[in-house]
Design a protein around this ligand. Structure first.
Ligand code: PMP
Length: 443
């Protein structure tokens, strides 16, 4: 069965979820794949496209997760497949740092054009988000000659040793995996529904921690997700990001926006920082950049990026030519299809449905996010006490009904909605009908 944009756009359940063939596959998974690699929903996918995932039992499920914000342009999107296939047939690998190729430089040029700011920019490409974050920190330390890195409460930056240290949530990301890398300091995040602070107040609180507990002149980088991903789509109060960026500039600190989850049209703009006119010194991207192929990037001020000696950055597969071709296809799709506008429209539809849900179910304490990156936080009615049990119950109901939803948040009490931007309004409405039923069924 082939996927992509031509796949029938209809939810269709022909077995219970997971079906018998998926269950068989899952037994095999349990035999041969580490239990440390978890599974949200054990349906084994055979094809995907538009807003649909088709499993081995023939069930068609609605996708509200995009493989965690990756298939923004849709699964097996035509331009991604065409360009990657052409590249596959030409050559699969040379190692860019041995004998280079155009695709890598084309992606770097696109990143220079699309990321915020008019200054000269350069990029280095990698494979995963965590690898991009690690390299951004390497570059910031090398350029400043300083060690300390400032991260925030609820942050997620990856699963490698340094990025585990930078990630906030203990279980499952850090549990038993220490000791962690040093010189990582955590500052309080702006979390409007919980702290009630303005952006300026929340920034002052964070800056006080940095100044009094770390020392501005010790800090190489402040790294922040402009909308926190795994943390539950926490959108800082307006003014928080600009105040941090200004503080960084005044103190010779590299200000890094981790846009790995929020970037590439997801929020209704190319990057989430665009909404506040913030120009980061460096930006990390991955996920949506390449339509499902593994690629990540660090893009930053040319003088920062060039401060590293030749050979200091790289990796065998970093900026693989097939992944680069996929990225060029994905970016072309975003530009020609004006996917930022589509993300805004999807966001408006989802927000309407979520507001109606909140009228009916007082367990929804907050609706937040931007564009096609929206979340709801579930708390015991009338309180801010997290309700992860209800969250899991609603998720299980949605999964049984063929709607793939993802949870998030430090307390596991957030639903995050990340549909592919290729999904139809009809499928979205149907998915939210199912979500409403799930809230009613678990009340
Ligand atoms: N940073 C952010 C903001 C992310 O959302 C993620 C992935 N969830 C990462 C870094 C790590 O990316 P990867 O899983 O590709 O290593």
């Amino acid at each position: 069965m082939s996927g992509g944009p031509t796949i029938p756009q209809k939810r269709n359940l022909v077995t219970a979820i997971p079906g018998p063939l998926s269950q068989e596959r899952h037994e095999r998974k349990k035999a041969f794949v580490s239990d440390g690699v978890g599974t949200t929903l054990p349906v084994y996918v055979e094809a995907a496209g538009g807003g649909i995932l088709v499993d081995v039992d023939g069930n068609a499920l609605i996708d509200l997760g995009s493989g965690i914000a990756v298939t923004t342009v849709g699964n097996a999107a035509e331009r991604v497949v065409a360009r990657a296939a052409e590249q596959l047939a030409a050559f699969t690998h040379t190692c860019f740092t041995v004998t280079p190729y155009d695709g890598y430089v084309d992606v770097a040029q696109k990143l220079a054009e699309l990321t915020p700011g008019e200054h000269a920019k350069k990029s280095a490409l990698f494979n995963s988000g965590a690898e991009a974050v690690e390299n951004a920190i390497k570059i910031a330390r090398h350029a400043t000659g300083r060690d300390a890195v400032i991260v925030f409460d609820h942050a997620y930056h990856g699963r490698t040793n340094l990025t585990m240290a930078m990630t906030a949530k203990q279980m499952p990301y850090k549990h038993g995996f220490g000791p962690f890398a040093g010189e990582v300091y955590r500052a309080p995040m702006s979390y409007p529904v919980r702290d009630g602070l303005t952006g300026a107040e929340a920034a002052a609180r964070a800056i006080d921690v940095i100044a009094s507990q770390v020392g501005a002149d010790q800090v190489a980088a402040i790294i922040v997700e402009p909308i926190q991903g795994e943390g539950g789509f926490v959108v800082p109060a307006p003014g928080f990001l600009p105040a941090l960026a200004a503080y960084a500039a005044e103190n010779g600190i590299v200000f890094i926006a981790d846009e790995i989850q929020s970037g590439f049209c997801r929020t209704g703009a190319w990057f989430a920082v665009d909404f506040e006119g913030v120009v980061p010194d460096m930006i990390t991207t991955a996920k949506g950049i390449a339509g499902g192929l593994p690629l990540s990037a660090v893009t930053g001020r040319a003088e920062l990026m060039d401060s590293v000696h030749a050979g200091g950055l790289g990796g065998t597969y970093a900026g693989n030519p097939v992944a680069c071709a996929g990225a060029l296809g994905a970016i072309e799709e975003m530009e020609t299809g004006d996917l930022a506008a589509r993300a805004t429209a999807i966001g408006a539809l989802m927000e309407r449905r979520l507001r109606a849900l909140r009228e009916e179910f007082d367990v929804i304490a907050d609706i937040r996010g931007r564009g096609a990156m929206l979340a709801i936080e579930l708390c015991k009615p009338g309180t801010l006490e997290p309700d992860p049990l209800r969250t899991n119950a609603v998720a299980a109901h949605c999964h049984q009904q063929g709607v793939v939803v993802l949870t998030a948040g430090t307390w596991g009490n957030v639903f995050r909605f990340l549909p592919p931007l290729s999904i139809s309004d009809e499928l979205l409405e149907e998915a939210f009908d199912v979500i409403a039923e799930a809230f009613a069924a678990t009340a």
